[in-house]
Design a protein around this ligand. Structure first.
Ligand code: KG4
Ligand code: ZN
Length: 379
């Protein structure tokens, strides 16, 4: 269950007076009910996340119907708590932002309808936020990164390389042609009988394993372009686990750890390979000097991957930036911050006539990819 971001939760009375505007952000696109208030000078004034991990654990993945019901049960109480934490009422908030897509429509509707109702009641603007833009801009809240930067967005629903030029200005350099990388972690964990969500379980099991024991396929390695593919890797994990179980009568913890370590190493090699190609593309327009690389999304919480990507960045004269792990996975601060950036860019903004969208690519000019898996729902 995510822990509250104690270190990032800054109470106004202990700090310099926060600078307006203040934006309340609501996130309900998947299995976290989250809300936060942020200020223009990058203070997170209040921040709460309610994880539904336990409600979905028995199913090994998120059940949309359960997720929507839980958001309904929890959101109003959570919002009361967030406003109480920063000693604010709705009248003190300058705008209300909510994730409008991509994501599970039932959950999105809960967040969007609540946010619109609050905004209307308080006479404040509602700001529609793309969940991917929330991940994409978080590093500007936590790490103060100026535009432009290269972004590797790795989460349960996405695996994309983007050139981030400004608020609302993204160019997709690469994306997955099948599974998202977090999805590959989750499916690997499920296959091996590890707990949900899979990423942290696989990372933990891998610590005890031999990463060189199993040779797994590296889809698209050294191929032209910057796209990713992970579905073949997942199939290979299943075959390897079945072979281990057949040999010893059951899947033992040492085999499981070796599979996790080999899987994680293979994912890392694939990510770094595609990332280096995107770095070369990004450099063509961004120039010679050290250039910023931002890694965001839930999978960016993985310490092993962070280490390898940091090394790749050093080799290519990029500087590595990633939000703290608690701001990599879904949270309300990233939505509040993206809303605030949009509000500052356009003080007359009001999106009350927008509706939730299951699909909403960041770069609408990029060619659509046909595929399966969560990518379809969240890209
Ligand atoms: O960004 P996020 O919270 O939700 C989406 O927008 O999808 O990402 C969740 C994904 C899950 O697939 C989860 O298994 C993965 O991020 N994840 C990790 C780690 N922590 C979360 N993957 C690998 N290692 C981790 N430590
Ligand atoms: Zn996310």
């Amino acid at each position: 269950m995510p822990t509250p971001l104690e270190s990032l939760t800054i109470k106004p009375q202990n700090q310099k007076t926060p600078k307006r505007p203040f934006v309340l952000g609501i996130e309900t696109s998947c299995d976290e009910t989250a809300a936060a208030v942020v200020s223009a000078d990058k203070q997170i004034l209040a921040h709460r996340i309610l994880s539904q991990v336990e409600d979905h654990a028995a199913y090994g993945g998120v059940v949309p119907e359960i997720a929507a019901r839980q958001h309904i049960s929890n959101l109003d109480h959570l919002l009361e708590g967030v406003l109480g934490d920063c000693h604010m009422g709705l009248k003190d908030i300058d705008a209300v932002a909510a994730t409008t897509g991509p994501g599970l429509v039932g959950g999105l509707m809960v967040g969007v309808m609540t946010a619109k109702a609050l905004a209307r009641a308080a006479g404040k603007p509602f700001i529609s936020v793309n969940h991917l833009e929330g991940h994409a801009l978080t590093a500007r809240l936590s790490n103060h990164i100026p535009f432009p930067y290269l972004l590797l967005l790795v989460s349960g629903g996405h695996c994309q390389l983007l050139s981030v030029q400004g608020v609302g200005r993204y160019r997709r350099l690469g994306t997955t042609i099948d599974d998202a990388v977090g999805e590959a972690f989750d499916k690997t964990a499920k296959l091996l009988g590890l707990s949900y969500p899979g990423g942290p379980s696989v990372e933990k099991a891998a610590l005890q394993g031999d990463e060189d024991r199993f040779k797994l396929p590296k889809p698209l390695l050294n191929k032209p372009g910057c796209d990713f593919s992970f579905s073949g890797l997942k199939t290979a994990v299943r075959r390897t686990a079945e072979a281990c179980a057949a040999e010893r009568g059951a899947l033992y913890p040492d085999d499981r750890a070796d599979i996790c370590a080999s899987f994680q190493k293979t994912v890392s090699i694939c990510l770094v390979n595609r990332l280096k190609r995107a770095m070369a593309l990004f450099r063509e327009t961004a120039g010679d000097g050290p250039l910023p690389l931002v890694v965001a999304g839930g999978v960016a919480a993985n310490a092993y991957l962070r280490r390898d990507i940091t090394k790749a960045a050093e080799e290519e004269n990029f500087t590595f930036h990633a939000p703290p792990p608690g701001l990599c996975t879904d949270n309300g601060a990233m939505i509040a911050w993206a809303g605030l950036e949009r509000f500052i860019a356009d003080p007359d903004i009001d999106d009350k006539d927008t509706s939730p969208r299951a699909r909403w690519p960041l770069d609408s000019d990029a060619a659509a990819l046909v595929g399966k898996g969560k990518k379809g729902a969240k890209s």
